[in-house]
Design a protein around this ligand. Structure first.
Ligand code: FDA
Length: 459
């Protein structure tokens, strides 16, 4: 029996960027809300924490120039941004393990490989330009593009393995964080379309442009602050009763009766809730075709940003390295230097079969290939393990399996009676990013306001 029961116009499940945005939009329009959050903190996949005296962004952090919804929110909340450090040479490690320094957009590969990469990039940009990120399933070739894996399509274009690996990893290890044989060409094109183009997605200066001073978690935190007592922590929603009359959400310590609900969390977590009556078969099916990617985000903090002394920007990548990409992630105004690296999909699986000590050794060894032996001796070291977080279960976000996007995508954001869905993992523009979470929070709120307006007009 629940400890207490409250009544609101809208109950929102999840206090991440999507849920806190939706709640504020609804409140501004005069509706009452309750936000129920399973964790003991607000923010979901945004988590700025202090680890052994170092402020680290354990989850999302970067803001890119096309992310208007996020940029508007940051400005409206009075937060400041700063640029990622990018002066000096970048580093690329080739197939033979040779370390190459370079500047500019193109990394050092043979002239033939460079020409292949340029030609396929042009082709991809043209395909992406034809796709509406909000409706990729409407493209005339959607069914065909959803039936071939990203890896297989690339290998049909060229037999240059280095070109394929470099083209593949932009949407594979670096974004969807799944093996490139596990998702379709269409899913890959959506990922690129959500950032405007394939070229934008591979441009670190674009996609990893700015950070928020003090951390990106402040976005949902400040949005939640405005909601005051209407945000309830440690309240995992276990059961959702629903009918045309409304919903009753049962959490661990309370019950909320409302006219509408928004499920504002990763779609892989819908089946943690018992729906009474069950959701329609279409949702039962479509939810089973979505799964989380998996990436370990690693922070290594040093007494100083030693790589800058060597003229390195910190930007480094290689499809042949355990940490396939790494960057200077030094905090605003911090004298210490911080590197961030990423280990994705099967490499991440393999690492978690090792002891913590062996993992650390392997990851720092990989970073040392980019930055030299000093990288092996950080003063603070931390691995974000979102795979073991009960209320997320992976990173960065969810994507469809082969064929799923074309088959089910159109229903991802479709409300079921009084139940609406909002999360970065179902966005078009800003897909898998905070920008997309905010856009989806706004969309779900506007759908509810439209319904509420229609109900008032009818009455
Ligand atoms: P999110 O998952 O954040 O929030 C959902 C909330 O619902 C959670 O708080 C959860 O606890 C809660 N919940 C779940 N089930 C519940 C239940 N039954 N009852 C109650 N509460 C429940 N993005 C970006 O823009 N730039 C970046 O640099 C990065 N980098 C990055 C790195 C890492 C390591 C991660 C994990 C993610 C990123 N991202 C990112 C992605 C970005 O963080 C992500 O897309 C959004 O924060 C997702 O916000 P949502 O509100 O949609 O879901």
């Amino acid at each position: 029996m629940a400890e207490h029961e409250i009544t609101r116009d809208v109950v929102i499940v999840g206090a991440g960027a999507a849920g806190t945005t939706a709640a504020n939009e609804l409140r501004r329009a005069g509706l009452s809300v309750a936000v129920l959050e399973a964790r003991d903190r607000v923010g979901g996949r945004l988590w700025t924490d202090e680890i052994e005296g170092a402020m680290l962004e354990l989850g999302g952090q970067w803001v890119s120039p096309d992310q208007d919804a996020l940029k508007e929110t940051i400005a409206e909340l009075g937060l400041e941004t700063f640029d990622r450090y990018r002066e000096g040479d970048s580093v690329y490690v080739g197939p033979d393990g040779a370390v190459h320094r370079f500047t500019g957009e193109m990394f050092p590969v043979s002239a033939e490989t460079e020409a292949v990469i340029a030609e396929i990039t042009e082709r991809l940009d043209a395909m992406v330009a034809e796709i509406d990120p909000d409706r990729p399933w409407e493209h005339p070739n959607a069914a065909e593009w959803d039936s071939i894996t990203w890896d297989a399509w690339l290998r049909r274009q060229t037999d240059d393995d280095e070109a394929v690996r470099n083209l593949a990893f932009a949407t594979g290890s670096a974004m969807l964080t799944k093996p490139t044989h596990a998702f379709s060409l269409l899913q890959s094109l959506l990922m690129a379309a959500s950032a405007g183009s394939y070229s934008n997605l591979v441009d670190a200066d674009f996609i990893l442009d700015k950070r928020v001073v003090g951390g990106l978690q402040q976005v949902p935190q400040l949005l939640a602050e405005r909601l005051g007592d209407d945000v309830f922590l440690n309240q995992p929603v276990r059961t959702l009763e629903w009918s045309d009359q409304g919903v009753v959400a049962h959490a661990d310590g309370m019950t909320v009766r409302a006219t509408h609900a928004i499920l504002a969390h990763a779609p892989v977590l819908y089946d943690r809730i018992s729906f009474v009556p069950p959701l329609p078969r279409r949702q039962h099916q479509l939810h089973q075709h979505l799964s989380m990617g998996f990436v370990i985000k690693v922070h290594a903090v040093y007494d100083r940003p030693f790589w800058r002394e060597q003229g390195l920007s910190g930007t480094a990548f290689s499809p042949y390295e355990l940490s396939h990409e790494a960057y200077d992630n030094t905090n605003h105004g911090d004298e210490r230097g911080t590197l961030v690296g990423f280990v994705s999909d099967q490499n991440a699986d393999d690492l978690f079969t090792l002891s913590a000590e062996e993992r650390k050794e392997r990851i720092l060894e990989s970073l040392s290939h980019y930055y030299g032996p000093e990288a092996k001796n950080p003063v603070v070291y931390y691995e974000s393990d979102w795979g073991s977080e009960e209320w997320t279960r992976g990173a960065y976000a969810a994507s469809f399996d082969m064929g799923g996007l074309h088959r089910y995508g159109a229903d991802l954001r479709t409300a079921v009676g009084p139940i609406h869905f909002a999360c970065s993992d179902m966005a078009g523009a800003g897909y898998q990013h905070v920008d997309g979470a905010i856009r989806m929070g706004r969309l779900a709120a506007s759908q509810i306001l439209e319904k509420a307006g229609a109900e008032v007009a009818e009455a």
